[in-house]
Design a protein around this ligand. Structure first.
Ligand SMILES: NC(=O)C1=CN([C@@H]2O[C@H](COP(=O)(O)OP(=O)(O)OC[C@H]3O[C@@H](n4cnc5c(N)ncnc54)[C@H](O)[C@@H]3O)[C@@H](O)[C@H]2O)[C@@H](O)CC1
Ligand SMILES: [K+]
Length: 511
């Protein structure tokens, strides 16, 4: 029968689990329907799984309002409402006048609910008092922005002031894109059916979906085999895949030499953070090229680093030659100093094929003066920088983050880390990685500098560009969660992540 919180296995040798879009879910459904299952059976399993979730999470809930839409998502809601009635709960369905069930299966479930004595109320601007609201308005069939009446219904769900269990998708949110065109339900928990959707885990998805559960509806594992994944989700458990115990005969040369370039006047802390993160993430040697005024404070904080003053850009040449990986951008600025270092570094890295990690103003300079990047470069934009790199606006990036990260990787022929809730990492033509870790405490100046140092250090330790970026983004997020666990999210500083990086970068090996 159905298995809660299980994910269909695929790509066993890769870390993480696949995430899907609505088209892939339709394909899985079609494969199931071509076999032993029919829609009504799947709908009954979905509604029953939802009822079990409700009982497990909110055993005390007596008054249950189920808001049903016109499609099969609504059908799942009628099944749940029927189960709730049968168990003696006060369950009522609320729907818009225009949302009478339109599919055969949903009509059958609605009829069964009414036959069991269930009441259906037409939404009149407010929901009845409830201990819990179930959102069964739209699932993967959402096809357009909600009209005014539907928006008012969704607003009422959000204003109910009680927990909300969303079935399959929080209504209004695109499970493909991770954004809403207008209003969307903010659920306490979302029970996904068949397989997890990418849009619930990036952008606005996590805020709308709440906690996530999954039920595979007892569908045969073979039905998942041909479904096209849209990303692979990685979390703290996957760190050990990349961060293996070191060989006993390692020496500092085995772990690479990172050169961090940046820190114009007024922004020296940025390159200091990147260097500290590179050290704590395990780089063998870290050299910093920065303005002379920053040398003393940097050495006071990180005596392990080598520091080269680059008030004069020509002083950079030797460091560029010696580096195994170059991290360019933290605190670089866009003044004449930053411009000169940018040009010098890209020329040298392109000629020598040195791996690059570009962040912050290095990305802004690149957007302003586009040029080809050496193979295997890594870009780490936040949505604003991503918008400049694609000549979009930031809202367009956030409207469809999975598409944006693919487009960025293709446009710049580089591995791209698109930061933000549900960070996405993508190599050109590749399948994105979705980092299911991190917290809003990390939305603080300087966090990106730490990420740059972490990724550069992992690249220097031998991971290829894609895996250094994916593992680096994950390690950074896990460090953020680890640091937040001790004292909370508000007030979390980049230095707090550096303090716990070492503990996070040495996970127990996987059994
Ligand atoms: N995929 C599967 O195998 C299963 C799917 N089930 C449920 O079925 C759902 C998909 O069902 P449907 O394809 O019927 O889709 P939905 O129930 O998500 O919604 C489609 C209906 O809503 C209307 N609609 C879409 N956007 C609208 C908008 N903005 N304003 C007003 N009306 C709008 C459409 O015209 C259509 O009538 C899943 O999310 C899941 O909950 C389950 O019953 C079990 C099995
Ligand atoms: K829903």
């Amino acid at each position: 029968m159905s298995a809660s919180c299980a994910t269909p296995a695929s790509g066993a040798s890769l870390p993480g689990t696949p995430l899907f879009d609505a088209a892939a879910l339709r394909a899985i459904e079609a494969a199931a329907l071509a076999g032993a299952d029919d829609t009504t059976v799947l709908m009954q399993r979905a509604g029953q799984a939802a009822w079990r979730t409700l009982l497990a999470q909110w055993p005390q809930a007596r008054r249950i309002v189920v808001v049903c839409g016109p499609g099969n998502n609504g059908g799942d809601g009628y099944v749940l409402a029927t189960q709730a009635l049968a168990s003696g709960r006060d369950a009522v369905v609320v729907r818009l006048a225009s949302h009478a069930p339109r599919t055969d299966a949903a009509q059958a479930m609605c009829a069964a609910f009414e036959a069991a004595g269930g009441r259906i109320l037409v939404f009149d601007g407010a929901l009845p008092a409830a201990d819990l609201v179930v959102d069964a308005v739209f699932g993967i069939g959402l096809s357009r922005a909600p009209d005014d009446a539907t928006a008012a219904l969704i607003d009422a769900i959000n204003a109910a002031g009680v927990p909300v269990l969303a079935l399959d998708t929080p209504s209004g949110l695109s499970g493909d894109r991770g954004s809403a065109d207008g209003v969307a339900v903010r659920a306490t928990r979302t029970l996904q059916f068949l397989a997890p959707q990418i849009g619930l885990q990036t952008g606005d998805g996590p805020d709308h979906a709440g906690a996530l559960s999954l039920d595979t509806l007892g569908v045969d594992a073979r039905c998942f085999a041909d479904a096209q994944a849209q990303a692979r989700r990685i979390d703290a458990h996957d760190l050990a895949h990349w961060l293996r115990p070191r060989p006993r005969n390692a020496h500092k040369g085995s772990h690479g030499r990172v050169l961090c370039i940046g820190g114009d006047h007024g922004t020296g802390g940025a390159v200091l953070l990147a260097a500290g993160a590179a050290l704590r993430a395990g780089a063998g040697l870290v050299e910093v090229a920065t303005q002379g005024v920053h040398v003393a404070p940097l050495l006071a904080r990180w005596p392990e680093a080598m520091v080269r003053r680059t008030d004069n850009v020509s002083a950079l040449a030797g460091a560029l030659e010696a580096a195994d990986v170059i991290a360019l951008g933290p605190g670089l600025g866009q003044g004449s100093w930053g411009h000169a270092l940018f040009d010098e570094t890209l020329d040298a890295a392109s000629a020598a094929g040195t791996p690059l990690v570009l962040d912050a103003d290095a990305l802004n300079l690149l957007a302003a003066r586009p040029r080809a990047l050496p193979a295997g470069a890594i870009l780490t934009p936040h949505p604003g920088e991503a918008a400049r790199l694609l000549d979009f606006d930031t809202a367009a990036i956030q409207r469809d983050r999975p598409a944006a990260v693919r487009a960025l990787a293709a446009r710049w022929n580089a591995v791209v880390v698109l930061k933000g809730a549900g960070t996405l990492v993508c190599a050109p033509g590749g399948l994105p990685w979705l980092v299911a870790a991190g917290n809003p405490g990390m939305a603080t100046g300087g966090m990106g500098d730490v990420l740059t140092g972490v990724i550069a250090a992992l690249r220097a330790q031998g991971l290829d560009a894609e895996h250094a970026a994916a593992c680096g983004a994950l390690l950074h997020a896990v460090a953020g969660d680890t640091a937040a666990r001790t004292s909370g999210e508000r007030g979390l500083l980049p230095g707090d992540l550096i303090d716990v990086l070492r503990a996070c970068a040495n996970p127990e090996p996987n059994p």
